[in-house]
Write a protein that binds this ligand. Structure first.
Ligand code: NAD
Length: 369
């Protein structure tokens, strides 16, 4: 059974967002000898949840141009584990209340915000105002105003901002971006792209069920196909529409479990897709006047592979995606170049997310962008 959900109602019922836990910790750790390479960019991970633990920290052990030097966490029990594993000294351990003091720490060049989405803007701004470059996970933030506030804070503090859209660093993805730019298969006529995973659903208390913290499939997974439709076509959509629903309202009562969407690009090009917490889908298909090409899966950590209408194979790249992404972002800092994914790219997706949510509230009508 499909049940339409309304974030607005939920926000009215719950009032304000959850506060971040913040606790002071004793300082007793003496790091094991780990020679810090001063030619590398020093990264502090902000939020030590699943993605930091399982992807980013291992990635930072493989990077050539950056390394893990600090942590910001509200969970004291994680501190000794991370200090031991990564040789992080006491001086580079922060909580959410004293994170601004990172301004005085020359070991740290970058704060990488890996918190629930509803906290991205707040802590990106704390980092920028401390004079640190900001790497912020996707989705950029809750709405366009939050995204713009982060962009402004980074500009006024003269620090670089990049969004953690790892796919734009992935070789096969870069190849199909090139096909679009060079019209290798002619002019693009349409795109189909979806991202979702299935399973038992997120447990009670998980922020992905909470609209205040950026829960729901559209924010969490939907930004992958939205970003893909934009990078594949190289165009910005002029209108969007969508329908948000929940097939398991006992779990996804206040956020979307599934969102179907359609984007209209200039020249009558349409992109169509869906995102879901209840359906395993993962593809990007592009049709052009002279053929087609696709990536499937298109947004996995590994195995991203593709094929084309003229029989080209795009085999999976064996590299570590997050290591490549962070090395590219570190090189942009070292060489004073623009990052591959600037803040404006993340903001453009959030503008579409807002339009799709508005469209769903209006029964799926087109919203001009
Ligand atoms: P997670 O739930 O595993 O971790 C979130 C962390 O934030 C936890 O350590 C938690 O303690 C901390 N936290 C601080 N304040 C909190 C609060 N008020 N409520 C809840 N948690 C709080 O989530 P995750 O999967 O690591 O995702 C974190 C971010 O990384 C999200 O923005 C997500 O979209 C992004 N992410 C990106 C990718 C990618 O491939 N680029 C993959 C997974 C997650």
């Amino acid at each position: 059974m499909t049940k339409n959900i309304s974030r607005k109602n939920f926000l009215q019922k719950t009032g304000s967002a959850l506060a971040v836990a913040s606790i002071g910790f004793p300082s007793i750790y003496i790091p094991k000898s780990k020679s810090s390479d001063r030619n590398k960019i020093g990264v502090a991970l902000v939020g030590l949840g699943s993605y930091s633990t399982n992807q980013l920290a291992p990635g930072l052990q493989r990077t050539d141009h950056c390394e893990l030097r600090g942590i910001v966490t509200g969970s004291p029990h994680k501190i000794p584990v991370w200090q031991e594993e990564h040789g992080i000294p006491d001086a580079n351990v922060y909580n959410y209340e004293n994170m601004h003091e990172i301004a005085d720490n020359d070991d740290i060049d970058v704060v990488y915000i890996v918190l629930p989405t509803g906290l991205h803007a707040k802590y990106s701004i704390v980092g920028a105002e401390a004079g640190k470059n900001v790497w912020c996970e996707k989705p950029f933030a809750m709405d366009v105003a939050e995204c713009q506030a982060v962009i402004d804070a980074c500009e006024s503090n003269r620090v670089q901002l990049t969004i953690g859209y790892r796919m734009q660093h992935e070789p096969n993805t870069q190849e199909i971006i090139r096909y679009g730019k060079e019209q290798t298969y002619g002019e693009i006529t349409g795109v189909r792209t979806s991202a979702g995973y299935s399973g038992g659903g997120h447990p009670i208390g998980d922020w992905r069920r909470n609209p205040d913290l950026g829960g729901g499939a559209l924010y969490d997974m939907g930004v992958y196909p939205l970003n893909a439709a934009r990078y594949a076509t190289g165009m910005e959509p002029i209108a969007a529409r969508g329908i948000q629903s929940s097939q398991r309202p006992d779990i996804y009562k206040f956020v979307d479990e599934t969102t179907e969407f359609e984007l209209e690009f200039p020249g009558g090009v349409f992109a169509k897709g869906e995102t879901s917490f209840g359906k395993s889908v993962n593809y990007l298909e592009v049709e052009a006047t002279g053929g087609w090409y696709k990536l499937q899966p298109f947004q996995s950590y590994t195995r991203v592979r593709g094929e084309t209408s003229d029989g080209r194979e795009l085999p999976a790249d064996p590299g570590h995606q997050q290591a490549r992404q962070m090395d590219n972002d570190a090189l942009a800092l070292k060489e004073n170049k623009d990052p591959i994914v600037p803040g404006e790219d993340g903001l453009a997706d959030i503008r579409i997310v807002e339009a799709i949510m508005e469209s769903s509230e209006r029964g799926g009508e087109w919203i001009q962008l």
